[in-house]
Design a binder for this molecule. Structure first.
Ligand code: TXA
Ligand code: MG
Length: 353
């Protein structure tokens, strides 16, 4: 029986009424239960990070392979010392610059963190979210929440509570509904156990922003490349991920080429009995024809593209779309995160015209 707890939507300060609800949810976590909650990136599926039983329950609820480690969420910097033996200067500097916020750092784990939480690794992923309700929940739960994204393993991460309900109803104790999240893609992950530091998953905090603080920062070479036989360093990045049920193809070229190719393919698919969908930008939208055409946002506003991408993939599932075509996007800055998720959703199926 999953309780749905509605709080004020958005990331404003927590009201007194919501505070009481978050306290009660914190109690559920203290008892070893699971609670899904909004963060500024995507919804998380939380359990007590220091309780091995809670972590095992998280894997079971998601249907996630247990070698895929969880992120430990804290609400104040000083709590980091309990879960890592070693806080290098770099960690302090990027925490000053980007915490609370959509950044996760990998550090050596301490004995306080069970291997059930780290998927057997001797390192731990740590993040301090900026969402006020998430912060309160972490505080009331005892300070350490292990939380993967609150989707069934392999599906796009939920950016609204509706999709958490769809995936997790009956599998966890409670779902906190705080409306639509702000960013829409998961946090940037940076590994500080190697030198120079290395980005394992791109996100809103870009390499450019990180290297302004840290100097040289590497990027895991598998992030934008098709399977090169090389294993990504974040275990979770190796799984087919963020994927809709329909078959997604990314199409790149001039606007005219892309429009013509997508329309032609979609028309042929339609005749073959497929239900077709197109993910387009505002600028290109009026030129498309398919069963379902959706705008992901304006090319001039990457934030809006990131915020809408997962919801659109989910909506295509809802509507039974079987063939999906998407425009490609620039891989500069935040665009790298957008293309990384889109490429994974497409299983790296890209047509270059
Ligand atoms: O924005 C986010 O980070 C969201 C919200 C809920 O905070 N959480 C999230 O968690 O995206 P999840 O479990 O869906 O993704 C965690 C990623 C996985 O790819 C995992 O392999 C990687 O982090 N990871 C976790 N611990 C790691 C470690 N010690 N070393 C390398 N990669 C790690
Ligand atoms: Mg995930």
């Amino acid at each position: 029986n999953t309780e749905i707890i509605k709080i004020q939507p958005g990331d404003g300060p927590v009201s007194e009424e919501d505070d009481a609800k978050l306290k009660a949810a914190g109690e559920i976590l203290r008892r070893g239960g699971l609670v899904a909650f909004p963060t500024e990136t995507v919804y998380g599926l939380g359990g007590d990070a220091l309780n091995p039983t809670s972590s095992k329950r998280i894997y079971a609820a998601k249907g996630r392979p247990s070698d895929n480690p969880l992120i430990v969420h804290i609400y104040r910097f000083e709590d980091i010392y309990k879960i890592t033996g070693d806080v290098p200067e770099e960690a302090r500097r990027i925490a000053d610059a980007f915490w609370p916020g959509p950044l996760t750092m990998i550090l050596p784990k301490s004995d306080a963190v069970p291997y059930e939480t780290t998927g057997g690794l001797d390192t731990v992923a740590i993040r301090m979210p900026s969402h006020p309700a998430a912060q309160k929940l972490i505080e009331y739960s005892g300070g350490y929440i292990a939380a993967p994204s609150a989707n069934t393993s392999g599906k796009p991460s939920p950016t609204v509570a509706k999709y958490v309900v769809e995936d997790m109803m009956g599998r966890i104790d409670a779902i906190i509904d705080g409306g639509e999240v702000g960013i829409g893609l998961e946090s940037t992950i940076i590994d500080l156990t190697v030198s120079p530091p290395q980005i394992l998953r791109p996100g809103y905090i870009t390499r450019e922003k990180l290297s302004a603080v840290l100097g040289t920062v590497d990027t895991d070479a598998t992030i934008l490349r098709a399977d090169s036989g090389q294993a990504p360093k974040a275990p979770g990045m190796k799984y087919r991920h963020y994927a809709p049920r329909g078959e997604l193809t990314i199409v790149e070229g001039t606007p005219e080429q892309v429009r013509e190719y997508i329309n032609r393919e979609a028309a042929a698919d339609h005749v073959a009995g497929e239900k077709t969908g197109i993910i387009g930008t505002e600028e290109m939208l009026s030129g498309y024809t398919a069963d379902v055409v959706k705008s992901v946002g304006s090319r001039r506003d990457e934030d809006s593209i990131a915020r809408h991408l997962y919801t659109i993939l989910r909506e295509f599932d809802d509507e039974g779309v079987t063939k999906i075509y998407s425009e490609g996007f620039s891989t500069d800055g935040f665009g790298q995160a957008i293309m990384n998720r889109l490429l994974k959703a497409a299983g790296h199926k890209v047509v270059k015209l």
